[in-house]
Design a protein around this ligand. Structure first.
Ligand SMILES: Nc1ncnc2c1ncn2[C@@H]1O[C@H](COP(=O)(O)OP(=O)(O)OP(=O)(O)O)[C@@H](O)[C@H]1O
Ligand SMILES: [Mg+2]
Length: 473
């Protein structure tokens, strides 16, 4: 049968509130009839006899509800349900059958069906089911709006976070911003140190003054020195004019020294002089100038270890670290992920003129399982790419980079993928990997795990796997 699309009267409010239902049945007459019922009930519909077409509609995000017959040649309703949930775990499937029994209904719902209704379909029964569903969509939409509001409330001077670890960072920033002269920010790459530095400046009493940023790892010493302290004309080849450095430029405000752990020992001596005496000298000039700047330094290195290794001056370390703020890794604050995702979606929807609403449930789950070695920067890249490439209303797993789609292929660096997970989960993952390695041979797996076969069977049973199923776990 050729697919037909019938737009129904809208159930409530604007067109974006309308629910479009895909009707899947092997009998074209039945499809027509159900579409007519849906039209009378106020729902738009797409009718088809082809399960693959219905799956395509789900993939394209054109429908979030499918009414499917159970008895169909090729792919039956339960197989369709499984496929549909595999394509998008957020889809709602209503199964219809001429052979209704309560047991089958419960079994279908346990397998993920939203509802299970007898044929011929009673219009008021269908109405109730779809209206409940529409109500739940509207509720979720309202929650999304509230979340947007929350996002505004939980943005701390451009830094998004709601996790206890980030709230602690905000609290610390609030406490020190008015009083600091030097602060050291420590944290892995991409955790948001620069953003936190900006928020410190914004909350300080010199917020109206300049905030100058210098990435200490991006330049050779001579260039870095001239960038920070300025130079006199003719002081080195290429110095065609006299220029003030960043410390002078930001006089009265703040200088952010990113990657301070990468500086050489001679440069550290010069920085120490700024910190101790607030004094600088332009390259090639004997004149000592006084600057009134606040200093925020950041590093992703363990500076204490660098001191022990003789690569970082101990006196500079102590001077810098009187106030230390540790910006936690993203894996330590997974509860920030949904909020950050929303924040980046908003940002990239605007940048790319898109209208992406969110992520499918399985995509959300994938993000929460990833170890995020690149922290928030990595998450931002993932969302920005997905936003650019996704053609649907909701970002799905296919829109994510490959290393996230296949988590097992990223286990090359154990310390990178580390994240705090419950011991039971570690045990479960480890057993599963050993079993995979032994191709399901449980005797061999038990030997490698150093446990008895019965213990392994007991564990598998407890985690709901049949001992006889070699692919279980
Ligand atoms: N909490 C956050 N809220 C919103 N955006 C964030 C947050 N943390 C980081 N970002 C974004 O992630 C990216 C990386 O952040 P930032 O440059 O501040 O990290 P960093 O710790 O300084 O990294 P590096 O050590 O590599 O210099 C930036 O685009 C920043 O806007
Ligand atoms: Mg940085």
């Amino acid at each position: 049968m050729t697919t037909s699309v019938k737009e129904g009267r809208l159930l409530s409010g604007s067109s974006e509130d309308a629910l479009t239902v895909c009707v899947l049945d092997d009998e074209p007459g039945m499809v027509e009839m159900l579409q007519e019922s849906l039209r009378c009930l106020g729902f738009g519909s797409i009718g088809t006899c082809d399960p693959q077409y219905a799956l395509q509609m789900i993939d394209q995000g054109r429908v979030r509800v499918v009414m499917s017959d159970i008895k169909m040649p090729g792919m039956d309703g339960l197989q369709f349900l499984e496929q549909a949930l595999h394509h998008d775990p957020g889809v709602y499937v209503i199964l219809m059958t001429a052979f209704y029994s309560l047991d089958n209904a419960i079994a279908a719902i346990k397998r993920g069906a939203y509802d299970y209704i007898p044929k011929p379909v009673d219009r008021s029964r269908l109405k109730k089911s779809l209206e409940e569903l529409a109500e739940s969509f509207h509720r979720r939409k309202r929650i999304r709006t509230l979340d947007q509001q929350l996002l505004t409330d939980l943005e701390f001077h451009g830094v998004v976070g709601r996790s206890p670890a980030m709230l602690e960072v905000f609290e610390m920033v609030r406490k020190i911003a008015r009083h600091y002269t030097n602060v050291l920010l420590i944290g892995a790459t991409g955790t948001g140190k620069e953003l936190v530095a900006k928020s410190i400046h914004q909350m300080s009493s010199v917020a109206q003054q300049r905030f100058a940023v210098c990435n200490c790892s991006a330049m050779v010493d001579t260039l870095l020195e001239s960038q920070l302290f300025g130079h006199m004309r003719g002081s080195f080849t290429g110095a065609t004019d006299t220029r003030p450095g960043l410390f002078e430029y930001a006089n009265g405000g703040a200088v952010f020294l990113d990657e301070v752990g990468e500086t050489s020992l001679p440069m550290q001596a010069k920085l120490l002089r700024v910190i101790q005496n607030r004094e600088i000298q332009r390259v090639g000039s004997p004149e000592v100038r006084h600057v009134d700047v606040r200093l925020i330094a950041a590093t992703n290195r363990d500076l204490r270890a660098e001191v022990l290794a003789g690569r970082f001056r101990e006196d500079l370390f102590y001077r810098l670290s009187t106030i230390q703020i540790r910006v936690p890794s993203l894996s330590e604050r997974l509860d920030d992920i949904p909020l950050l995702v929303q924040f980046f979606l908003k940002k990239y929807n605007q940048a790319y003129s898109k209208q992406i609403q969110g992520l499918t449930r399985r995509t959300q789950a994938v993000l929460l399982q990833h170890s995020w070695p690149g922290n928030v920067r990595e998450l931002e890249n993932v969302i920005s790419c997905a936003c650019l490439t996704s053609v649907n209303e909701f970002i799905d797993v296919d829109d994510l980079p490959e290393n996230l789609q296949k988590p097992s292929s990223q286990s090359g660096h154990p310390q990178d993928s580390w994240r705090p997970i419950p011991l039971n989960e570690v045990r479960r993952q480890h057993i599963r990997r050993v079993l995979e390695m032994c191709k399901g041979n449980r005797v061999r797996a038990a030997q490698l795990l150093g446990i008895g076969r019965t213990s392994l069977y007991r564990f598998l049973k407890r985690s709901g796997k049949k001992p006889a199923d070699p692919a279980a776990m």
